[in-house]
Design a protein. Sequence first.
Length: 130
Amino acid sequence: MPFELPEDQLEKTENELGAKLPTAYRSAMLKSNGGYAYVGEDSWDFYPIKDTSDRKRISRTCNHILSETESCREFGYFPEGAIAIAGNGCGDQLIFLREADRILDKVSVWLHEDGSVSEVAPDFGAIEKQ
């Protein structure tokens, strides 16, 4: 169940990433941390942003974008600097890519079987998050 995210918790994640997350994504997650969407033929569950403001939120955000991104790196083929923001339950991920110290606005899908990456939306605002 998604819930509001305090700005300071979002900023902690950005500090760990070393870059600001895209504006449309930030806005959506501040209003509703988590959720899902249909993109293409798949249903995607959005990983929450880590929230350590109380015990309940720590528990509800244990599968946050930082930990899920770290898990994806173990698959192999995961793009350098990419950030996993959602999974389809089959190993594929919706990701943001980076260029140096900047996280790009476009949303891409990464296929875990062959490591291919393709753009699915020019920015997060183009996705109808539920």
